[in-house]
Design a protein around this ligand. Structure first.
Ligand code: SF4
Length: 510
């Protein structure tokens, strides 16, 4: 039983909600009367409601984000229907800015912004039997130096099986209009010695998977250097993830990054657009020379796993403009390229473009862009499918050589876009396509549609798949390899051979 239950619906089990942990850590005399109960968006809401109410709380605090907004809105209606007396307090980005986009009438209180101070004060009132009249509680950002760090709130199970989210700072000095962090321009740092001591405790408890949620980790060299030194002194295996800006890698930072062993460092490099006009339109810095130099450095001189981001649907950017970004980026790096779709985040300045660029967003979470003056709805849908297929073929790393045959030395975007359109016509789906089926579809497209030479394509795909030992080849690929012909084997021969191989392999193929 607990007086207060803090909960949210995470996107996946492996994610841990650092926000809930920070709230509990700072609940002073109520901390011991507070339980954290996390679920995922895949859980049945009725079951979540049952589990929360079984704890018999007087107050339920729920974190609301774009990925769980609809589910949380339904969850609180179920909880209130069963137990109207329980007090529901919401926090998180989706309640931090007006107008609210979700139907949250059933909630009793909404705490805006960083919640540590305000949630404590509200609970103190409520547990004393007072019901404040003000439902919407405005932000009161805490001084990180006065907060209790949240890391003791991680359970052993979290540490061993989930990602440990950590933060050395809050806020970002930059103004990219699509980003929530652009509204919190003062960067505030947690006291470094205390933070490093907390990292050490987590490490001693067995934590090896750390994700820093600092928005621009490589901003303040003095802090970054100490944190990187902390990890460089540790024995691998471990994995630490940082989000970095692409234009700030001073020499001492480069020297440290060079020292990380393979598999231990993951860097998320926000690029978003490479078009200077589009970047200026959304108040984003863009220094192409530094991007080129630093991507080359990261790729050639470090062993970090790189993950770079581009956004589709920015104000003023056409489909071909986005394609030009993709072409340039694939020429600069072989890193994973995350293709995101613009979302209208609550309270951000991106809304100032709504009229001038005829920006149409989905009215439902996650509020993705549906159309702009440059990209109509149909084309946007095609681009969204392209992002999904890009993940399956390019970012997955399953087809490192053969995916490039879609464009050879030519136009990455046009080559992949044509394939993406064909693939969707064949599958009518962007998910649940097995690796085996994807390999056969890629083969068929390259051979039948692009008229490429069958054995060469089969060899390329087979080479990609067999980078993992013991992975069987799809029947179509084996059949082509078996015919040994330069041209694709006649369809009938392939089909018969494939059928016979398929029967033999049926038990082994994924
Ligand atoms: S996109 Fe990155 S650099 Fe821009 S405001 Fe957000 S966190 Fe800061």
């Amino acid at each position: 039983m607990a007086d207060i239950v803090l909960s949210t619906l995470n996107a996946r089990y492996i994610h841990t909600a650092i926000g809930l942990r920070s709230i509990r850590a700072n609940l002073k005399e109520f901390r011991e009367r507070t339980t954290i109960a996390e679920y995922t968006i895949s859980d049945q809401l009725i079951d979540v409601a049952e589990k929360l109410l079984a704890l018999e709380p007087r107050i339920i605090g729920l974190g609301v984000y774009i990925w769980n907004g609809l589910q949380v809105a339904q969850l609180i209606r179920i909880i209130k229907a069963v137990d109207p007396g329980v007090i529901i307090v919401l926090g998180g980005p989706e309640v931090s800015h007006l107008p609210l986009r979700l139907e949250l009438e059933s909630a009793d209180y909404l705490v805006q912004g960083e919640g540590e101070n305000n949630f404590y004060r509200l609970c103190r009132e409520l547990l004393a039997g007072h019901r404040p009249e003000q439902r919407l509680i405005p932000p009161d950002p805490p001084d990180p130096g006065r907060l209790v760090l949240p890391y003791d709130e991680y359970l052993d199970e979290d540490i061993l099986h989930r990602v440990c989210y950590v933060e050395a700072s809050r806020g970002c000095p930059f103004c990219c209009e699509f980003c929530l962090s652009s509204m919190d321009k003062t960067v505030r740092y947690f006291p470094l010695e205390a933070f490093l001591a907390a990292l050490e405790t987590l490490w001693q408890r067995g934590a090896r998977n750390f994700k820093f949620i600092d928005r621009t980790f490589n901003l303040q060299l003095a802090t970054v250097t100490r944190i990187l030194d902390f990890f460089l002194a540790k024995e691998p295996p471990y994995l630490v993830h940082f989000e970095v800006i692409p234009d700030h890698f001073p020499p001492p930072l480069k020297e440290q990054l060079r020292q990380f062993p393979p598999g231990s460092l993951q860097l998320e490099v926000g690029i978003q657009t490479l078009n200077p006009e589009v970047a200026a339109g959304i108040s984003r810095r863009l220094n192409m020379d530094k991007i080129r130099t630093n991507l080359r450095f990261l790729e050639q001189e470090t062993r970090a796993h790189l993950h770079v981001d581009l956004i589709i649907g920015l104000p003023g950017e056409s489909a071909q403009g986005f394609g030009d970004n993709l072409n340039l980026l694939t020429s600069l790096t072989r890193a994973e390229i995350q293709l995101g779709v613009l979302k209208k985040l609550s309270g951000t300045a991106i809304s100032r473009h709504d009229r001038t660029h005829r920006m149409v967003y989905s009215p439902l979470p996650p509020y993705e862009i549906l159309a702009t003056d440059q990209i109509d709805f149909q084309e946007m849908q095609g681009l969204k499918r392209l992002t999904r297929f890009w993940d399956l073929l390019y970012n997955s790393g399953n087809f490192p050589r053969s995916v490039r045959l879609l464009w050879e030395e030519g136009d990455t975007f046009q080559g992949f876009k044509a394939f993406s359109g064909w693939l969707y016509q064949e599958t009518h789906s962007t998910w649940k396509i097995s690796l085996k089926r994807m390999a056969e579809l890629l083969y068929r497209y390259l051979v039948e549609e692009l008229q490429q030479e069958g054995t060469r394509i089969a060899e390329a795909i087979a080479g990609d798949l067999q980078r993992i030992q013991g992975r069987p080849l799809p029947p179509l690929i084996r059949a082509q390899l078996k015919t040994g012909s330069k041209k694709p084997a006649p369809a009938q021969a392939i089909t018969e051979e494939a059928k016979s191989i398929g029967r033999r392999q049926q038990k082994h193929l994924a």
